[in-house]
Design a protein around this ligand. Structure first.
Ligand code: FAD
Ligand code: DHB
Length: 389
C-alpha cells in the first residue's frame, strides 16, 4: 500500500485534511481505529467559527450545512440574573454557525466516499517509522493482517489518546497542561431551545450552558464534580439543576423532556510542542486540548488543517517546503491565543471547589465589566468568532 499522505485518525481533523488534499490532487489513505458508526455517534462540538465554515465550503461540504446550520449573531453570558449580550455581528461584523460536529463528520465521510478515498476502519496497533527518511512507513493491523503503508508524509490526526504524538521522542516534546477540578455533564433532548441564542451562565450553583442543534433539539450542560457518574444524574435531577443555574427569565421558558444522550467530559488545557517531527505533523486534539467553554476544540482542529493542507500540497507537488517548515510555529501562534481565551472563559464562568469569596467577586466583576464596556465585549466577541487564520 502506497500513498502521498498517510492520515492517522478519521475524526474531523483527518477527514477535512484528507478532503482538502484530495481536492488539490494529493493522494491520501486514512487509518481509523473505530467503526464509522462509532465515530458518528460521538456527540461533541456544536459551534463553527466562520473561518471553519469557509474552510468546509472550500472542501465542498457546504450544501447540508447551509440548509440545516443556524447562523448566530450573538450569545449571552450571565451572572445570576444579569444577562450580558455579546452581539458578534454588531461588534465584529461576523457570525458563528450552529452545526454539530457529528453532522460535519458525516458530511466529510460522504464527500470522501464520493472522492473514492481509501478509509480503513478497525485498524489497530498503528506504528510510524522512518520519519527522517524520504519515504516513511506506517504499520498497522487490519482484518487480522499486519500491513504496511508507504508514504511521503504522515498526518497525526488521532486525537489526544492517539499514537502520533507519542511517536515523537519524549525528550523532543514539551508539554503544557492544566487540569480543571470539574467536568461538564451534557444532555441532548428533543425539546425547543430555551432561547434563540446560546447562554453561558455563571451562578452560585456553578456553570451551565444552554446550546442547541436545531429548533427541536437542545444540547445543555452543567458543571459537575469529577467524581460524578452519568448514573448519578437522572433527567429530573439534571433539569432541576440546569434551571436553577440559568437566569429566571430563561428558566421560566424552559421546556423539559427525556434526554436522548447523556455524557460527562473532563476539562483540560493541553499543548504539546512542536507539531512537527521529521515527516510527521500533528493536527487537532493529538497536539492540543482546550476546555469546551470557548467552543474552540473543533475550530482549532480546522485552523491546523487550514495551515497544513496548503503546506503539504506545496511540498508534495514540488513547490517547496517553506510551508511545512513553518507549519508548527504558525499553527502554535494561533493555538496559544485560543488556549488563553478558553482558559479565561473557563475561569470567568465556573465555580472552583474550595475557592474563596475573592474568586467569586472576581467573576462577578468581570461579568459586570463586560455588561458596561463595549471594548470588553468586542474583545470577547473577536476571540469567540475566531481570530484570523
Ligand atoms: P478526534 O475527534 O478525537 O478524532 C481522532 C480520531 O482518531 C478518532 O476517530 C479516533 O478513533 C482515532 N484514533 C485514535 N487513536 C487512533 C489510533 N491509534 N489509530 C487510528 N485511529 C486512531 N469541542 C468543542 O468545541 N465543543 C464541545 O462541546 C466539545 N465537546 C467535547 C466532548 C468530548 C467528550 C471530547 C472528547 C471533545 C469535545 N470537544 C468539544 C473537542 C472536539 O470534539 C475536538 O477538538 C475534535 O473532535 C478534534 O478533532 P480531531 O479529529 O482532532 O480528534
Ligand atoms: C457547545 C459546546 C461548547 O463547548 C460550546 O462552548 C458551545 C456549544 C455545543 O455542544 O453545542
Amino acid at each position: 500500500l502506497t500513498t502521498q499522505v498517510a492520515i492517522i485518525g478519521g475524526g474531523p481533523s483527518g477527514l477535512l485534511l484528507s478532503q482538502l488534499l484530495n481536492k488539490s490532487g494529493v493522494e491520501t489513505v486514512i487509518l481509523e481505529r473505530s467503526t464509522r458508526d462509532h465515530v458518528l455517534s460521538r456527540i461533541r462540538a456544536g459551534i463553527l467559527e466562520w473561518g471553519t465554515v469557509e474552510l468546509l465550503r472550500a472542501a465542498g461540504v457546504d450544501a447540508r450545512m447551509d440548509r440545516e446550520g443556524i447562523p448566530h449573531d450573538g450569545c449571552y453570558l450571565t451572572d445570576d440574573e444579569l444577562m450580558v449580550h455579546i452581539d458578534f455581528k454588531e461588534l465584529t461584523g461576523k457570525q458563528v454557525m450552529v452545526y454539530g460536529q457529528t453532522e460535519v463528520t458525516a458530511d466529510l465521510y460522504n464527500a470522501q466516499d464520493a472522492m473514492g478515498t481509501t478509509v480503513l476502519h478497525g485498524v489497530s496497533d498503528v506504528s510510524i517509522h522512518d520519519l527522517d527518511q524520504s519515504r516513511s512507513r506506517v504499520e498497522f493491523t487490519h482484518e487480522g493482517e499486519r500491513k504496511v503503508l508507504k508514504c511521503l508524509y504522515v498526518a497525526g490526526c488521532d486525537g489526544f489518546h492517539g499514537v502520533s504524538r507519542k511517536t515523537i521522542p519524549e525528550e523532543k516534546r514539551r508539554e503544557f497542561e492544566r487540569v480543571y477540578p470539574f467536568g461538564w455533564l451534557g444532555i441532548l433532548s428533543e425539546t425547543p431551545p430555551v432561547h434563540d441564542e446560546l447562554i453561558y451562565s455563571n451562578s452560585k450553583h456553578g456553570f451551565a450552558l444552554a446550546s442547541m442543534r436545531n429548533e427541536n433539539l437542545v444540547r445543555y450542560y452543567v458543571q459537575v464534580p469529577l467524581s460524578d457518574k452519568v448514573e448519578d444524574w437522572s433527567d429530573q435531577r439534571f433539569w432541576d439543576e440546569f434551571s436553577r443555574r440559568i437566569p429566571s427569565e430563561a428558566a421560566n421558558r424552559l421546556i423539559t423532556g427525556p434526554s436522548i444522550e447523556k455524557s460527562i467530559a473532563p476539562l483540560r488545557s493541553f499543548v504539546s510542542e512542536p507539531l512537527r517531527w521529521g515527516n510527521l505533523f500533528l493536527v487537532g486534539d493529538s497536539a492540543h486540548i482546550v476546555p469546551p467553554t470557548g467552543a474552540k476544540g473543533l475550530n482549532l482542529a480546522a485552523s491546523d488543517v487550514f495551515y497544513l493542507h496548503s503546506a503539504l500540497t506545496e511540498a508534495v507537488t514540488g513547490k517547496g517546503t517553506g510551508g511545512i517548515d513553518d507549519y508548527s510555529s504558525k499553527a502554535l501562534a494561533r493555538i496559544w491565543k485560543a488556549m488563553r481565551f478558553s482558559w479565561q472563559m473557563t475561569t470567568m464562568l465556573h465555580r472552583f471547589d474550595g475557592e474563596d469569596a475573592f474568586a467569586e467577586q472576581m467573576r462577578k466583576a468581570t461579568l459586570d465589566h463586560l455588561a458596561h464596556s463595549e471594548t470588553a465585549r468586542r474583545d470577547l466577541a473577536e476571540n469567540y468568532i475566531g481570530l484570523p487564520f
